[in-house]
Ligand binder design. Structure first.
Ligand code: PMP
Length: 355
């Protein structure tokens, strides 16, 4: 503490979900994909020549940008890659907002890293409450005095998605404000706004390899938008870390995004399990908004989220709980394999039968 800056002493850092080592859990707490990455990833890793690691990687991840551009149907100069979408989102704050300028606007209950990033870069911010049905209140956001928005779509941790057309109308209604659409979970919803980036110069879409590509351990995310938005991100990257995406990651992510068939097949498995688990949770009396993500946000008035979280953990099933107003009534449950989901549901039935 003696040498801490004011910021290091005062900021409240983001708290990542537990990665426990004490025993083997059914791990449904950090929205990881239950399926392995594409077999093409395994091939790339096995064939990787460690001799390559002597050299720095391509600073702008150009080969990977070409693969992403191909998969997303955009030009290469519309793509920026970073060390996880967290890093891409972080760089958006200094790239597009000023410490002495208009605030960044985001929902009161959304990805909590936005607030940490804003504080880290001394960017003013304003938070807008969610609507009663857990949806983002885009009308209220539209009328908020700000320079731009961070919209998690589908939202975390509430899981609800906003259709592409609604995001389009929102962007058109705020032509002089930037809309950063964080689509970390979008592949489980299928309403990506990437196709809109060609016509909307105020829309930046941020995506990740961590969820639908099963590559959370690799740390790779990307942004797609108008080349001038992408240029601002490159300028910030080169003030911070010229090589954020390592060489192995560039090769692995390129292979993963090229294997669309595997991606779509595993996403479909997660989506069908999500619908099954949601039906079962509703039958158990949980409130569960319709999810567009690879997780469910489930609450059960009488039993707060903490009790459910603790009892599940004792039984070896890990879900996410937040000890914060509103959120503390809920737990967030990542969709696992059918077997893992069955273990979750059996335990929930057992816990609730004690009521
Ligand atoms: N956005 C949202 C909404 C998330 O939940 C996460 C995962 N914690 C991220 C971005 C960051 O994902 P990653 O850095 O692994 O790409």
């Amino acid at each position: 503490m003696r040498f801490f800056s004011k910021m290091a002493s005062e900021i409240t850092p983001y708290v990542a979900g537990e990665q426990p080592k004490d025993k083997r859990y059914v791990k449904l707490n950090t929205n990881e994909n239950p399926y392995p990455p594409s077999p093409e990833v395994e091939k790339v890793l096995r064939a990787y020549q460690s001799e390559n690691l002597r050299l720095y990687p391509r600073p702008n991840a150009d080969g990977l940008r070409v693969e992403i551009a191909r998969a997303e149907g955009v030009d290469e100069d519309c793509v920026f890659c970073g060390n996880g979408s967290d890093e891409v989102l972080a760089l958006c704050f200094p790239a597009f907002f000023d410490a002495d300028g208009s605030p960044a606007c985001f929902a009161e209950f959304t990805y909590s890293f936005y607030e940490v990033f804003a504080q880290f870069f001394s960017i003013p911010f304003v938070k807008v409450p969610l609507k009663e049905d857990f949806y983002l209140d885009l009308d209220a956001m539209k009328n908020t005095d700000c320079k731009g928005y961070f919209i998690a779509n589908p939202n975390a941790p509430t899981s609800v998605g906003i259709p592409r057309e609604t995001v389009k109308e929102f962007c058109l209604s705020v032509p002089d404000k930037l809309v950063v659409a964080d689509e970390a979970y979008m592949d489980f919803y299928g309403q990506s706004c990437v196709p809109l980036t060609a016509e909307l110069d105020n829309l930046l879409v941020v995506k990740t390899f961590s969820k639908s590509y099963s590559l959370a351990g690799m740390r790779c995310g990307y942004a797609i938008g108008n080349p001038s938005l992408i240029d601002a991100l490159f300028r910030m990257k080169d003030c911070f870390n010229s090589y954020p995406v390592d060489a192995v990651c560039q090769a692995v992510a390129s292979a993963a995004i090229a294997d669309r068939e595997y991606h779509d097949r595993t996403v479909a498995l997660v989506v069908s399990e999500r619908e099954r688990v949601r039906r079962e949770l509703l039958a158990l009396g949980f409130t569960v908004p319709e999810s567009g993500a690879n997780f469910l946000f489930a609450g059960r008035g009488k039993r707060g989220g903490e009790e459910i979280y603790r009892e599940l953990k004792e039984a070896g099933v890990l879900v996410r709980f937040w000890n914060k107003p509103f959120l503390s009534d809920f737990v967030r449950i990542t969709i696992g394999t059918p077997t893992e989901n069955d273990v979750l549901l059996e335990n929930l039935k057992r816990i609730l039968s004690k009521e």
